[in-house]
Design a protein around this ligand. Sequence first.
Ligand code: ZN
Length: 596
Amino acid sequence: MRRVRWFILSAFVGLFNAMPAEAGTLQSWQFDRSQNRLEFITDEAVQPRAQLLPNPTRIVIDLPNTTLERSLITEPIGGQIRNLRIGQFDRTTTRLVVELAPGFTLDPQQVKVSPISLNHWVVELAEVQPLPTAPTTGPTTGPTTSPTTAPTPTVTAATRITGLRETPDGIFIRTSGALPEVDLFQSLDRTAIELDIPNAAIDPELATQTFTAPNLGLAQIVFSQVQANPPLARIRLELEPDAPGWQASVSNLGGIVLLPQRQPVAIQPRPTAQPQPTLAPTPQTPAQVQAVTLDVQGNQLLIQTDRPLNFQGQYRGQEYQVILTPAQLAPNVQGPDLPANSPLSRVRLRQEDPQTVVILLEPAPSVGVDFPQAVNERLISLQLQGSSPIAVPPPSANVTPPPTFDPGPVQLPTVPQGQIVVVIDPGHGGPDPGAIGIGGIQEKNIVLPISLDVAAVLAQQGIQVVLTRQDDRDVGLEPRVQLAEQVDATIFVSIHANAISLSRPDVNGVETYYYSSRAGLALAQSIHQSLLQNLPTRDRQVREARFYVLRRTSMPSALVEVGFVTGVEDAPRLADANYRRQVALAIAQGILRYLQ
Ligand code: ZN
């Protein structure tokens, strides 16, 4: 569940006075509807970051060190693309959002972000596909046959925004129907905050009124229906000078809670009569918080407990708080060791009272923290950025576009969601290149992109994926196993490439290993079968071996050797990015089949 997307995370007077010296400006942009192609130009060199977000599907492109000298812009596009929105994500980042129409999605691997020059980029969306939908009974909501002349257009939408109420702490916006999704934008000059709510309709009488709450620093609150079809509602908060920033959250009971930031940290004792949104039944005794770790990938914070508990996340000023009740810190629990480029600047754990543990996170600039989610009864995860990253080449790179990936006839089976954690372990890394083969190709550089693609495909299927490394770094065997144990992985899959001798180019093919357990054998067989079905490779059998990562993991585990870097057939294939993506898809398919 991802209900609120933070487009602005830092709004603190005095902290961001100095703009970077080389800040650029977004000069122009254009969306070519016939080709599903976005082009944009900045006045300085820029290295965009891109990601795909679900519900509704959005491609989000961030331009670091770039500003937009205008307030939020929404351009309706039409067809499979709902709109293009351009706003300021934080003081130094401009964000472009291409939102697809409801019911459409696309494969992040097919989104191509390529430089034309250092300050001119093209985003090609490739094929927009209909989302596989659950069969609906009766006609779908809102055939909307008469777009031409409806005197009072009634908007059909999943969510209705029906009212507003001032609370002691902030503002409560009442909704009915589906829980809203909220995109929060803040104007660069911090005079306004806009909440965009896709698939939502504003009650007509709300749209005709203006509201004010001067004691909260709100000069005006304006509701507007930006678009009727597809519906897009907007709530604009106009701030008084020096007013604090605001945070939005969606109540599980329906409605949007808006709270000013920079309030003193105060955790209200929970009144018994007023049910708060809870995500787990209240257990009798406090849960022990046993570990708080950052996954090796660096974009998930994992909170491990010994039993279910209630949890809640919220921004307080520049910090993000996770409140756990009833909970106690286990002895000697410390926060994670943060690497140099960590998305978190600081993590602190605090026993707030005998029943309450608070985990305080300081995100690095322009890092978003998503709502905490239960991976299983004893593991809570927080995403620290977006989802599905979209690869963006550096602007200095060769401008020839990489070959597009045709997933071909591979059908991905579906699996039950929610409880599954898959650990993907790309072999070697850093100073350990693994096997070196024909033309000097290195195992570590082959298995990393395959692993990242496997992770992306599984994540698209709603599976929680943890990678033991996501870049070229050295990770010991023991930490790889420890990570899998720590996250209570459902399965562990290690990905390697094989080698024999450069004098044996005749040896080619895939091998898949397991150790001793029947479940490990089944997993290895499922992956191996999928590789053989989907790739033109030789069968070198499923084998048993005493590899450390197989012996020491307690969950079903397998190790795939995707081919021989010394093989005359395998080496050129493994050097080809397109082939590696097919390997990844086949491994993912084998994993999904096993999990079914
Ligand atoms: Zn290896």
